[in-house]
Each structure stands twice: as C-alpha cells, then as structure tokens.
Design a protein around this ligand. Structure first.
Ligand code: LLP
Length: 436
C-alpha cells in the first residue's frame, strides 16, 4: 500500500503487517539490523530531488547550475550521488571541502562560502583549486590578496551582498537583512566599496555576485525582491567594469515538515527566480550571466527519516504525557534551536487510529530536549518505533555528542537493500581525541 504522505520519502509504503517501508525496506528490519536510533535516507528521493532542481532550472534558463549546499548533510555517499546527478557543491568549511575532495568531488565545481574563512582554509581551497571563493568581508579580501601574492597566483571570486530583504523565516536562519553577520551591506556602502576594490585587483577576478536570504523560505516574493534589489544595485557598476558572468540567489527552498504546511513546488521557486532575473537583466542592460542556485535542505530533507524506539513513558494526568525516545537533541537540535515542528508515525503500526496527545521527548539531560510537543498518536508502548519524516537536512549535520551519546548510524536504502553510509559512533570514538 502506498503511504500517502508527501513529507515522507517518495518510496514510502506500508506492508501487509502494517509496517512502514522505505526504499523497499521494512523499517523494523532496518532497526533490527542496524540498531536504534537510526537515520534512513531514501536514494530514490535524493536522486529525484537533484533531477527536479536541475531540470526545472535548466528548462527555464539554459545557462544554470545547481550546487548542493553541503551543510545540509555531507558524507562521501551523498557527495557521490549529487555528483552523479550533475550538481556542483557549496561548502562552508575546510572540513566540508575535505570530505568533498576525498570523495572524489571535482574541485572545479566547488564554491567556497563562509563569513569567516580562516587563512588555513583559504590556502587549502586555493591549493585544491576550488572553482569560486565567495568573499564575505574586507578581511577575506586582504587574506586572499596576501595568499595569492605569495604564490603568484590568481582566483575567481564572487562576493556575497546582503539585499536587506526579510524572507520571513526564523530569526536564527535569516541571513539577508541589514543586521546580519553575512555579506556586504548595500546601505553602509560596503558592497560598493568591495566591488570597486575587487575590480581593481590584479589577482582576484570578480566573476559574479551572490546573495542568500535565509532558510527555510516558504514564500516566493522574497526571491523576487532579492533579485530586483541586487540587480538594480549592481547596474551602475557595469560602466565601472563589472562583468557579471555569474549570479546566485542562493538557496533556502523550504520542504514540508508538517503535512498541512507544504512549500511551493521547485518549479514555482524556479519560475520566480528565473522570471525576475531575466526581467531585471534585460531592463537594466546586463548580458546573461550563468544562474546559480544552492539548495541544501530541499535536496536531502525529504529523503531522510529518523527512527527511534520508545522507552520510558511518564503520564502526568491532566498535565502531559511524556513518551521518551532513545535519541533527541543530540541527533536533531532543530526543535530546541528553532522551535522546529515535526510530525511522526508509529512505524510498526502505521494504520492505528490516533487516540492520545503525547509529547515526544529525547533522552538528553535538558528539559528543552523535546522532539515533538503535543502530537496526537496511536497509543504507544515501550518498544514501539517512532518515525519522524523530513529529518534528512540539518539533523545529522548538526548532531553533537552531548551527554556523550554516540551519534546514530545512517543507512541508505534503495530497491529493498540497505547499506550503512555512516556507522554508529562507539564509546571509544568519544575519547579518541582526548588525553589524560
Ligand atoms: N547557500 C548559502 C550561502 C547558505 O548559507 C545556505 C544555508 C544555503 C545555501 C542552503 O540553504 P537551504 O537550501 O539548505 O535552505 N540549520 C538551519 C539552516 C541553516 C542554513 C544555513 N545556510 C536549519 O536547520 O534550519
């Protein structure tokens, strides 16, 4: 039976014994094989999101390129899949760059972002030959000039400009407003100064401009405003020598976390970005640059499902019933950090009627370690398996060892077979960098 739920992976089904099936694998078997908690990624969903982005953008704008924002979740298996699907990559640290490079990802399709890249990171990126460094500060311009002079070398760069557009998402994930650590602000004159400084540089070739509004963005209009603001701002620089060869309105495309709050389609995001970009490019007299987008969450988010086992159940009559799971804020910090909301199903009895409101708590020593507050579910007993969909982005990638809990393993499922793409951490892993 198809599991009719667009926030779960595309291949989700329910089998004859009422268990959730992902990528052809019964999740109770996966839990038996790999233990609990467990993250499962569905390869079909992952590949189909990559394909959808590539085709929706290239259908509307032939010179376009999709970069996967690795911060959403990176490991060698994921890097391989996104490369096979024809995406480039956006990295934000030496660590992400190292994983990408060591996975065989071609450096010339990697863009290096970040508001405070260190000298070591910049040297590493230049040595590896990354395609573009996306400059975020005057300090970074100085570092790059210095490094390149010492190597008598050159680098293609973009700069990140903050358009001061509010995309109406959580304040902690809003990045393109004036009061932000990211990007050169237009209002302060920094953006203009940075462009002029780069146009004069002998070693840095300013090939394009980037902005990123925030994430997740459920509205389309902020993209239009961002594109309009940035292109209008850039227009006077054409006569000063700006040759806009690349233009990147970033990422931030939302996914469905709750079945009643679904995002616009990828096609609608593509339409608003491409239409506004084309409109202002032609109105303002630009040649057509390459268009770059950087989805992260929307590539991996829906593909990933978190599986937990129910342990302790504490009922406080008239107040709240706490159902504790064997994971929590260590593997998914998003509810604690952003009040992020999720849904859940009982993976070993998917079709039972919902009958009671419970709070799904984690196992970490914090009262704020709640995964889902007040969710109506079938009656749960210890040992049941809870599946939380839309867990593929920013859960494993932001996971910690808080309370020295080992981070969960990750399985990739496809056509009935499952392979671990990350093993469960061991207690030994937890002390391997420590010294007495
Ligand atoms: N490009 C840049 C420059 C970014 O800063 C980001 C995300 C992206 C692309 C990808 O955004 P996405 O398509 O994944 O929305 N930890 C937060 C999200 C932080 C996003 C940071 N930058 C969360 O869990 O919601």
């Amino acid at each position: 039976m198809v599991f009719e739920n667009s926030i779960f992976p595309i291949t989700s089904e329910v089998n004859s014994v009422d268990h959730l099936v992902l990528g052809g694998c019964d999740v109770t078997d996966l839990m038996e094989e790999f233990g609990s908690p467990l993250y499962v990624y569905d390869e079909v969903t992952l590949r189909s999101m990559c394909k959808e982005f590539v085709s929706e953008f290239s259908n509307l704008y032939s010179e376009s390129s999709v970069l996967y924002a690795a911060k959403a979740f990176l490991n060698p298996a994921i890097a391989n899949i996104v490369r096979e699907e024809g995406l480039g990559m956006d990295v934000v640290s030496g660590g992400e760059l190292a994983v990408a490079i060591n996975s065989g990802f071609p450096a010339d399709s990697i863009y290096f972002h970040g508001n405070n890249k260190t000298r070591d990171e910049l040297e590493y990126a230049i040595q590896e030959g990354v395609s573009r460094i996306v400059i975020d500060s005057f300090h970074e311009i100085d570092l790059l000039e210095d490094i390149l002079a010492s190597k008598n070398s050159f680098q293609d760069v973009m700069i990140r400009i903050s358009p001061n557009v509010d995309p109406h998402t959580h304040i902690a994930t809003t990045t393109g407003i004036l009061d932000s650590k990211f990007g050169f602000a237009i209002e302060t004159g920094d953006a203009a100064r940075a462009i002029r400084q780069l146009l004069k540089s002998q070693r840095l070739d300013l090939v394009g401009i980037h902005f990123h509004l925030g994430s997740p963005i459920f509205e389309l209009e902020p993209y239009e405003s961002g594109v309009r603001t940035i292109l209008k701002f850039l227009q006077p620089f054409i006569k000063e020598g700006l040759n806009l060869r690349e233009f990147s309105p970033g990422g931030g495309f939302a996914i469905g976390y709750l079945s009643h709050k679904l995002p616009p389609s990828i096609k609608s995001y593509a339409q608003v970005i491409v239409e506004s970009t084309k409109k202002y490019l032609s109105e303002l007299g630009f040649h057509s640059p390459k268009l770059i987008v950087e989805p992260g969450r929307s590539i991996v988010g829906r593909a990933g499902v978190a599986l937990y086992t129910v342990g302790a159940i504490k009922d406080i009559p008239g107040v709240r019933k706490y159902v504790s799971l064997d994971g929590g804020m260590g593997d998914n910090i998003r509810p604690a950090l952003y009040d992020a909301e999720y849904e859940a199903v009982i993976a070993n009895k998917t079709s039972l009627e919902n009958e009671e409101v419970v709070t799904l708590a984690g196992k970490y020593c914090e009262s704020g370690d709640i995964l889902i507050r007040d969710i109506k579910l079938p009656k749960l007993v210890s040992g049941d398996i809870v599946a939380i969909p839309a867990s593929g982005a920013y859960a494993p990638s932001m996971a910690s060892n808080y309370n020295l809990n080992p981070r969960p393993p990750i399985a990739l499922v496809n056509e009935g077979s499952a392979k671990l793409i990350r093993e469960r951490e061991t207690y030994q892993d937890m002390i391997k960098t420590d010294k007495m």
